[in-house]
Write a protein that binds this ligand. Sequence first.
Ligand code: ZN
Length: 112
Amino acid sequence: MYFSLEWYVRTMSIFDLNAFGILPDDQVSLKPIGSAVYLAASFFNHSCVPSALVSFSGNRIRVVLNRDVAKGEQIFISYLNPDSFSTKKELNEFIKRKYGFDCNCSQCQTSQ
Ligand SMILES: [Zn+2]
């Protein structure tokens, strides 16, 4: 079977945008031990003030609400660790460069 360069680049881009870095169970290290695409979890959008947190047990992903949400309210996760960025501007530039969108979450709207 032959895959074109365009197919490969497109497929790897989709994987990269939707993949989760699997973090170790110890919750201490923030260095991923692998990456994977989780179909259902890949549907969550990003917010800097997420309503759910992502964690891992081995290679199983767990998405748990971290606050009450109203019926029908969209559930957001954070695509990154905000502590990795020294400024909001740096975080927003990373999101734009890596994911191709401007974060429009409630926190980013109030900081503009
Ligand atoms: Zn934001």
